[in-house]
Ligand binder design. Structure first.
Ligand code: ADP
Length: 455
């Protein structure tokens, strides 16, 4: 069968929704196709925090920030392999994108809380309600309903259709074994995410990241958009930059949101009861440091003072219940009790916590120079969970220009083909900073929607 639209969006993560809604508002007739039975992709299962320099919560808290500082942090965090021009757009468009999410999509952001992820000079990440991407994916769903944008699930894009001049005019997709041709008079937008769940593809670029690693990714994140575009000689960039997330569940590989207490001062210790890395270091640095410890595991430890600020156990109740049931996380009245549960050197751990309490009071971490400042661990209850790194984000991907057009090997844009989100490889360089993906997919998703509709 054949279907006709102005714009066809492939993928229903944050990039796809941002693109589809924007294209629709610009007057285009839009469809979203999604290969999984449900929408959301990785965007659904993230913590959902979004870096926005100069945001309203920063203003209210008197936190100074600027577009320049965000650009600097982002480029430095990615070892200067990100594209400066695209990072500039990311930074400049972050606030309008966040205001759009807040005022038009009705994403409920916490009004008085911010996150400071590793590599960021200041607290600048807005936090959606309940600290998960579910808040904004559910609001995106409501908006697509309101705008009557059809979402065709269980529909897998297989190949891009070109006319005789090479212009992309549609997508060949498969649903229940049947082929459907989606024709797009204005453009096709690739928003298919990265390739973290595709072991064959990721080991082609980084052999070490084989089956031993779990992944935080949704099942559908298999690099399809990159593969389809490469058939049209699209250019890729930075493909071997694959990020592991340092703190994931040791059995499932799923990202640990409850361990976001780390951003509020939770410690990382090893079996010997010692800290071994600055807890706010970059993800790659922490991941490597953990893999160098006994059993390639780390233990995340915090007490009531930190929990009062982070509220992670309160917010992620289901995660706690599951980890606790499986013996991967405990709550106790003393740190000694936690050390016993996990077989950690008790004396060394108590000595370590003693030093941390002292550093917290002095306001200077003499061991690892913790950039957020250490907090005391004096008040019960105390919490500890065991964690390890797993494959999280693929920084590399398609080369796009400032109009989100997909660029071919010859340096020219492929007519009619746009891309946004993790499928692209422009902004994060060798290492994506926490909270930058949501900014990236919203900013460039909106831009792709605008550009395709105007094409
Ligand atoms: P981003 O963060 O860039 O928006 P996500 O991972 O959140 O990316 O979303 C990507 C979505 O694209 C997922 O829901 C995934 O299932 C979907 N997807 C991936 N490949 C295809 C494909 N070939 N056809 C349709 N949908 C796809």
């Amino acid at each position: 069968t054949e279907q006709q639209f102005d714009v066809v969006v492939i993928g229903s993560g944050g990039a796809g929704f941002s693109a589809a809604i924007t294209a629709k508002n610009a007057g285009a007739n839009v469809v979203i196709i999604e290969k999984m039975p449900t929408v959301g992709g990785n965007s659904l299962i993230t913590g959902g925090q979004m870096n926005v320099p100069g945001n309203w919560v920063q203003k209210q808290k008197g936190i100074e920030d600027s577009i320049e500082l965000f650009v600097k942090d982002t480029l430095k965090g990615g070892d200067y392999l990100g594209d400066p021009e695209m990072v500039q757009i990311l930074a400049e468009q972050a606030l309008p994108a966040a205001e759009w999410l807040r005022d038009y999509i009705h994403v409920d952001f916490y009004k008085d809380q911010l996150f400071q992820f590793g590599g960021h000079s200041v607290k600048r990440a807005l936090i959606p309600k309940n600290h998960t991407g579910a808040e904004w994916i559910s609001k995106f769903m409501a908006k697509t309903d309101e705008l009557q944008i059809p979402i065709h699930t269980r529909t897998t894009a297989k190949a891009l259709i070109q006319d005789q001049n090479g212009r992309v005019i549609g997508v060949e997709a498969e649903k229940n074994g049947k082929t459907i041709s989606y024709f797009a008079s204005k453009g096709v937008i690739l928003a298919t995410g990265g390739f973290g769940a595709n072991v064959e593809m990721r080991t082609r670029y980084v052999p070490e990241l084989d089956n031993r690693y779990g992944t935080t990714n949704a099942r559908g994140i298999t690099g399809d958009g990159i593969v389809m575009a490469e058939k049209l000689h699209a250019k890729t960039h930075n493909m071997s930059s694959i990020q592991t997330y340092p703190i994931c569940h040791v059995d499932t590989g799923v990202i640990s949101l409850i361990a976001d207490s780390r951003f509020f001062g939770a410690l990382l210790v090893n079996k010997q009861g010692k800290r071994f890395v600055e807890e706010l270091e970059r993800r790659d640095v922490i991941s490597r440091a953990i893999l160098a410890q006994t059993n390639q595991q780390a233990y995340v430890l915090w007490g009531n003072e930190i929990e009062q600020a982070a509220k992670v156990v309160g917010v992620h109740k289901d995660e706690f219940a599951e980890l606790n049931r499986k013996g991967f996380m405990y709550k106790a009245d003393s740190i000694e009790e936690l050390a016993d549960k996990f077989g950690i050197d008790k004396q060394a751990l108590m000595a370590q916590v003693g030093r941390v309490n002292q550093f917290a009071k002095q306001g200077k971490d003499q061991e690892f120079n913790h950039r957020g400042g250490l907090k005391t661990l004096l008040q019960p209850p105390f919490y500890m969970l065991v964690a390890k790194p797993s494959v999280h984000h693929t920084m590399g991907g398609l080369v796009t220009d400032t109009h989100t057009r997909v660029i071919a090997d010859n340096g020219q844009p492929i007519e009619g083909l746009f891309a946004a989100g993790e499928v692209t490889g422009m902004t994060h360089g060798s290492n994506r900073l926490g909270g930058n993906a949501i900014t990236d997919i919203t900013v460039f998703g909106r831009l792709a929607g605008q550009q395709a509709a105007a094409n």
